[in-house]
Ligand binder design. Structure first.
Ligand code: 5CA
Ligand code: ZN
Length: 409
């Protein structure tokens, strides 16, 4: 699949800072030491509805990771998937009388537009589950042949007991896992499974559903977790720097993915850090396609909201926090954008050197975007109150806000 166009990232004076970021698996901050090419896999959308603010907040977090790494003069190898065949997508298509593939294509196209408008840097590879099937099938066959997977009425399940590290990503106990498994696409109550938590690797073709040639597995379609493992291993290999997504992906998705990869390669962990963004709520409940309590990025754009203001609204919340979208959040962002634009519209102003360092330091410290915004606010307030004589300072601020925060002033 093709991704979306990249906005330019201005080069900044001085030195970028190395990222320390919270890793769910170890429960603390880790100093990543990526080589000259940092590697990150971010779980993409299941395209059965438009991009909502919760999605945008999660992709914003990983866009910041990319920007911090670019600022250290590294290249970034960023891979993202699109779950363009899965139960919720098929169910929505059925409910609305749509062709599932057309629905996926249409919502993926809208996601690209939203990401472009929000100045999210694109992944180097943007891969759909369907196009990954030829790579998924041999992995499932290998897992089965090595005894880490088993067949149940034609479907193939992964055996979580085959992985000695199972549970280390989310750190949850069995009861919590069982609850979340039922909530998030698993089938813990299906009779005949070796362990209720075992996730499906390959689902045998069902009447009226799309299916693909699965070699010795028979016709069917891939399970969710193996999709991301196949794509990540194919393009990044084991031991990449970050696997990212919202906190609802820690279990089962990232846990199971780490287990699949451990069984396949004998190595653990697949990613050096498992990074999870908090959940955005609306009216007191997690924004979710299945509940329908959604604020769409595309709707806000159609209503004339500047995408830079949407981005500032996201940046005003720490990526790990759960937070609530309100009209006030948006109004504050619109007002902040206007203040910042006024402040950089003059040819000179207060010195910007310290500010660039403050933005860098804030982001390097577990992506503390709210602290970065406060630093820019202070500079803008100084500019408004006293101005300054540093020629070119507003230009430096403008470039730093663009390069590090993805906001075009
Ligand atoms: N296709 C899978 C990942 S492989 C999937 O989870 N798709 S999704 O469309 O449901 O979600 C896409 C990303 O948005 C995931 O990282 C998910 O954790 C995140 N996300 C979903 N809802 C919210 C929310 N309310 N707040 C923050 N992030 C969210
Ligand atoms: Zn994923």
């Amino acid at each position: 699949m093709h991704a979306w166009p990249a906005s330019e990232v201005p080069a900044l004076p001085g030195q970028g800072r190395d990222l320390r970021i919270h890793d769910t698996a170890t429960g603390g901050l880790v100093s990543l030491d990526p080589g000259p090419v940092a590697r990150i896999y971010v779980c993409g959308i299941t395209p059965y509805d438009a991009t909502h603010i919760g999605h945008a907040a999660t992709y914003n977090a990983f866009d910041l990771v990319q920007r911090v790494w670019l600022d250290t003069k590294r290249q970034v190898h960023y891979v993202q998937n699109v779950t363009d065949v899965d139960d919720p997508l098929l169910e929505r298509a059925q409910r609305d009388g749509l062709d599932w593939a057309a629905l996926a294509e249409q919502e993926t196209a809208l996601f690209r537009e939203d990401m472009t408008a929000l100045r999210m840097l694109p992944p180097r590879q943007y891969i759909g589950a369907v196009e990954a099937i030829p790579g998924i099938v041999p992995l499932v066959e290998r897992l089965r042949d090595m005894g880490a997977a088993y067949e149940l009425e034609g479907d193939v399940y992964f055996s979580v007991e085959s992985d000695p590290h199972f549970g280390k990503v989310s750190g949850l106990d069995a009861a919590a896992m069982r609850l979340l498994s039922a909530e998030r696409g698993g089938d813990p109550d299906r009779p005949g499974k070796k362990n209720p938590l075992d996730p499906m690797l390959w689902m045998a073709a069902r009447e009226g559903e799309p299916s693909w040639d699965g070699g010795s597995l028979g016709r069917g379609r891939p399970g969710w977790h193996i999709e991301c493992v196949a794509i990540a291993l194919d393009h990044l290999g084991m031991g990449f720097d970050i696997q990212g997504g919202g906190s609802d992906l820690a279990f089962p998705h990232h846990e199971m993915g780490a287990s699949h990869a451990q069984a396949l390669t004998g190595e653990f962990p697949m990613a050096k850090a498992y990074v999870h963004a908090g959940m955005v709520a609306l009216d007191g409940e997690k924004m979710s396609k299945s509940k329908g309590n959604l604020v769409f990025v595309s709707k806000l754009r159609r209503d004339g909201v500047d995408p830079a203001a949407i981005r500032l609204a996201l940046l005003a919340h720490h990526y790990r926090a759960d937070w609530e979208w309100t009209d006030q959040v948006l109004q504050d962002a619109v007002a902040r954008l206007a203040r910042w634009r006024a402040a950089v519209s003059r040819p000179d102003g207060p010195s910007a050197e310290a500010l660039v360092e403050q933005i860098r330091e804030s982001l390097a410290n577990d992506l503390d975007a709210p602290a970065a915004l406060t630093a820019v606010d202070r500079w803008a307030a100084l500019q408004e109150q006293n101005g300054g004589t540093d020629e070119g300072a507003p230009g430096v601020v403008s470039r730093a806000v663009d390069a590090l925060l993805g906001v075009a002033l």
